[in-house]
Design a protein around this ligand. Structure first.
Ligand SMILES: C[S@@+](CC[C@H](N)C(=O)[O-])C[C@H]1O[C@@H](n2cnc3c(N)ncnc32)[C@H](O)[C@@H]1O
Length: 263
């Protein structure tokens, strides 16, 4: 795994605690899947699956054949544990892999989704091209990405960048999506409200997982106070910025090769 890109700082923190999420929680996932015309039993690839909450949902509630990848081996371990705990471990194929080099054939999936992943990637065009490559003609690709809805207070944007996140504006995301060659395309934009988002987070993680994360945080605090304080500072940095953020759902359909060549 030595050739994987290094993790962003904020993501290292998330993988230590075993936490991952995206804006809008289950509600935005359901909307994204509906925009992707997801059918029960579909072959779905989830890229950047984090702790596996989405992969488990796809396997257990939507009866999909799920493949889930993440660049972080530690995240994949959390995801496998979650899937096993939910009784669907045998139905999800987990792999450590990076979005810029997906280890799958062209057209291998009916639907490909990535929720809150591309903001952590420098080469967003290249990553989107990989998502499009592995979906079948007639299949759909869907992403959920966070953007600045208003400018952050002075200096605070830099704190987010230091966590390894490059947040674009909604116009920049839209411009990237226009270049995908997917057609038809659909983009929807929402603002984020802090109280609603913390409810979404609790529901996405589940109360048992939220309790375990709290417990792990306590363990770290007792073992290594300095590391705990650094992690807490990283967590608090973006928390006060939620009201400056929105998220976008972007979906498009891959055309057959002939139509793509003509277009
Ligand atoms: C904010 S978390 C979102 C996780 C999950 N989609 C969710 O909603 O819970 C971002 C995830 O993207 C993964 N990631 C970051 N860069 C990646 C890359 N190059 N390839 C695959 N996954 C990546 C991180 O390890 C992390 O698990």
């Amino acid at each position: 795994m030595g050739d994987l890109p290094p993790p962003a700082r904020g993501l290292e923190l998330q993988s230590v605690l075993g936490v991952s999420a995206h804006a809008g929680g289950h509600g935005s996932t359901d909307e994204l899947l509906a925009m992707c015309h997801l059918e029960d039993g579909a072959r779905v690839l989830e890229v950047g699956c984090g702790i596996g909450a989405g992969a488990v949902y796809l396997a257990r509630e939507r009866n999909c054949q799920v493949t889930a990848v993440d660049r972080s081996p530690q995240m994949i371990e959390w995801a496998k544990k979650r899937a096993a705990g939910a009784g669907v471990g045998y139905r999800i194929e987990f792999q450590v892999a990076s979005v810029d080099r997906l280890p799958f054939d062209d057209g291998a999936f009916d639907v490909v989704v990535a929720e809150s992943v591309l903001s952590f990637i420098d080469d967003k065009d290249g990553a989107i091209a990989e998502l499009v490559r592995v979906v079948k003609p007639g299949g759909r690709v869907g992403i959920n990405e966070t953007f600045w809805i208003t400018d952050p207070p002075a200096g605070r944007g830099t704190e987010v960048q230091q966590l390894g996140v490059e947040l674009l504006s909604s116009e920049q995301w839209q411009a990237l999506w226009e270049k995908t060659g997917l057609d038809p395309r659909d983009s929807r934009f929402y603002s984020i409200e802090a109280a609603e988002e913390s409810k979404n987070l609790r529901r996405w993680l589940g109360w048992r997982c939220a309790l375990r994360i709290w417990w792990r945080g306590l363990g770290l605090r007792l073992r290594d106070g300095a590391a705990f304080r650094s992690l807490r500072a990283q967590l608090r940095a973006p928390a006060g910025l939620v009201d400056c953020l929105g998220y976008g759902l972007f979906v498009g359909e891959k055309q057959p090769a002939r139509a793509r060549a003509a277009g």
